[in-house]
Design a protein. Structure first.
Ligand SMILES: O=P(O)(O)OC[C@H](O)CO
Length: 412
C-alpha cells in the first residue's frame, strides 16, 4: 500500500470535513492511504511547505491559498502541474468540466491547470435577519444602501458591519466587483516582468475614506487583521452583518447561532458601477509537489480523481459552503434541492456567475502574500488614525512594486 500526505490549512469544522474526505478515499480502495495534516493558517501552511521543499521533506500534496498561487506557480520545478499528473496516470481530464470562474485561476499562461481547485469561495455579506428586522431595514445590495441603513441598525443596538479580511474583501474583490484593473499586464496574467499593482486609485481612496468615517461614527467595527479577529462579533450577536467567505456557511450552520441569518452578495458602490460585476474565486487549491516516486504520484492522481467526483464535491460544498468547482457537482446540488433548503448556500456561486469584465478574472502577482501584509499594515494604520489614506496607498504601491520587481527577477 502506498502512503501519501496532504498538508492543509483547514481548521475547526473545515478540518473535520477534510478528515471525512480522506477517510472516504481510504475506504474506497485498497492501494493507497492519504493522511491529512493540519499545518495552521494558509500563511503557515505555505511557509511550512516551502521550508520542507528546501529540506527535501515536502508532502505529496499541499493546499495553497489564492494569494500564494502566483508564487507557487512561478516556482518552476516545485510542483507537478496537476493536469500532467492526471493525464500521465490515466485519469481523464477536461478543463471544461470545471465552472468557468475556476477554470483558469490556477492555470499557467498557456492555460494548463497547475493547481487543482479545491475549496473555492467568494466573499459574501452575511446578515442577522433579526437585527435587520429590529432596525426596519433590508440587507444592502450597495454601499450606498448600507450607508442609508446603518444609522437605524446602530440605533437598534448593533454594530452594523464588520469584515474578516481587508485585502481579500475590500481590495482584491473590490476591484473585481467594480471591474477595475488591479495590476498592469492584464492584472499580472501576461507575465511577471514589469507588472505593477494599481492600488493607489481614486476609488480605493474613496472606499477607505468612507470605511474610516463609518468606523469613527460607530457604523463599522474593526478588531484586527487576522482571519478570526472580527467574525466573533457577528457570531455573538453584537454585529448585524459581516463580510466573510462563502466557506463560512458550514461553520455557521454547525454553530447553531441563536438568531436567523442569511447571506447576499458582497456590496458594490453604485456610484462606480450601477450593476456589480462578478467576484473571482478565493479559497485555495491543491498542488502536487515534485520529487516524489511514481507510485506516490499515482496515489495523488487517484486522490484528485476521487476529490473531484460530483458526489465528493457536492458533499464538500454542502458541508462547508465552498462553491462546487465542477458543473456536475453544481447540478447535483440543485437536483438534490440543496438551495431550496438553504438559499444562502448558493450566494457564493451565483456571485461568481454575475456579469464579467476584463478585470474580473482575478490577479496574478508573485510575492502577493507579502504584499497583503503591507496592505494590512498600512490600511490598519489609516483606520487607526496613524496615517492618511494618500500615504497609506502610496506606501502599499511602492512596497508592492518593489516585491513584484523582486519576484519578476526570481521568476526569470
Ligand atoms: O476563507 P477562504 O478559504 O474562503 O479564503 C479566502 C481568501 O481567498 C484566502 O486568501
Amino acid at each position: 500500500e502506498t502512503e501519501i500526505t496532504w498538508w492543509h490549512g483547514m481548521g475547526g469544522h473545515l478540518g473535520d470535513v477534510v478528515n471525512q474526505i480522506a477517510a472516504g478515499f481510504n475506504e474506497s480502495q485498497d492501494d493507497y492511504t492519504i493522511t491529512p495534516v493540519f499545518k495552521g493558517s494558509y500563511e503557515e501552511t505555505l511557509t511550512a511547505a516551502i521550508a520542507a521543499f528546501r529540506a527535501g521533506e515536502q508532502p505529496n500534496i499541499v493546499q495553497v491559498f489564492d494569494a500564494g498561487a502566483a508564487t507557487v506557480i512561478g516556482a518552476k520545478g516545485a510542483t507537478i502541474p496537476v493536469q500532467d499528473l492526471l493525464t500521465q496516470n490515466g485519469v481523464d481530464f477536461d478543463i471544461e468540466d470545471y465552472i468557468a470562474g475556476v477554470r483558469y485561476f490556477y492555470a499557467d499562461s498557456d492555460g494548463k491547470m497547475i493547481g487543482m481547485p479545491f475549496n473555492s469561495s467568494s466573499p459574501v455579506l452575511y446578515y442577522n435577519i433579526d437585527a435587520l428586522a429590529a432596525a426596519g431595514v433590508e440587507a444592502p445590495a450597495t454601499y450606498e444602501e448600507f450607508e442609508a441603513a446603518a444609522p437605524a441598525i446602530k440605533d437598534a443596538g448593533y454594530v452594523p458591519l464588520v469584515q474578516t479580511h481587508l485585502p481579500w474583501e475590500f481590495v482584491e474583490n473590490f476591484h473585481s466587483r467594480h471591474n477595475l484593473p488591479f495590476a498592469t499586464n492584464n492584472n499580472g496574467y501576461d507575465g511577471a516582468e514589469g507588472t505593477e499593482i494599481l492600488i493607489n486609485s481614486e476609488e480605493m481612496a474613496m472606499h477607505f475614506t468612507k470605511v474610516k468615517e463609518w468606523l469613527d461614527a460607530g457604523l463599522f467595527g474593526f478588531h484586527g487583521t487576522s482571519w478570526d479577529d472580527n467574525q466573533a462579533h457577528f457570531n455573538d450577536g453584537s454585529a448585524a452583518m459581516y463580510i466573510g467567505s462563502s466557506g463560512d456557511f458550514g461553520g455557521l450552520t454547525a454553530m447553531d447561532l441563536p438568531f436567523e441569518w442569511a447571506s447576499t452578495y458582497l456590496p458594490h458602490w453604485a456610484s462606480i458601477t450601477e450593476e456589480g460585476y462578478q467576484s473571482f474565486i478565493g479559497g485555495a487549491s491543491l498542488f502536487a509537489m515534485a520529487g516524489k516516486s511514481d507510485e506516490e504520484n499515482a496515489a495523488s492522481a487517484a486522490f484528485f480523481q476521487y476529490l473531484t467526483s460530483p458526489e465528493v464535491q457536492y458533499m464538500w460544498h454542502r458541508e462547508t459552503g465552498y462553491v462546487p468547482i465542477t458543473e456536475a457537482a453544481y447540478e447535483l446540488a440543485k437536483e438534490d434541492g440543496h438551495y431550496e433548503r438553504f438559499p444562502a448556500a448558493e450566494t457564493g456561486i451565483k456571485q461568481l456567475m454575475l456579469q464579467s469584465g476584463e478585470n474580473t478574472h482575478g490577479y496574478r502577482m508573485g510575492f502577493y502574500v507579502q504584499i497583503r501584509d503591507v496592505e494590512n499594515r498600512e490600511l490598519s494604520r489609516f483606520l487607526n488614525g496613524e496615517t492618511s489614506i494618500e500615504d497609506a496607498l502610496a506606501t502599499i504601491e511602492a512596497e508592492g512594486n518593489e516585491l513584484l520587481g523582486r519576484f519578476a527577477q526570481t521568476a526569470n
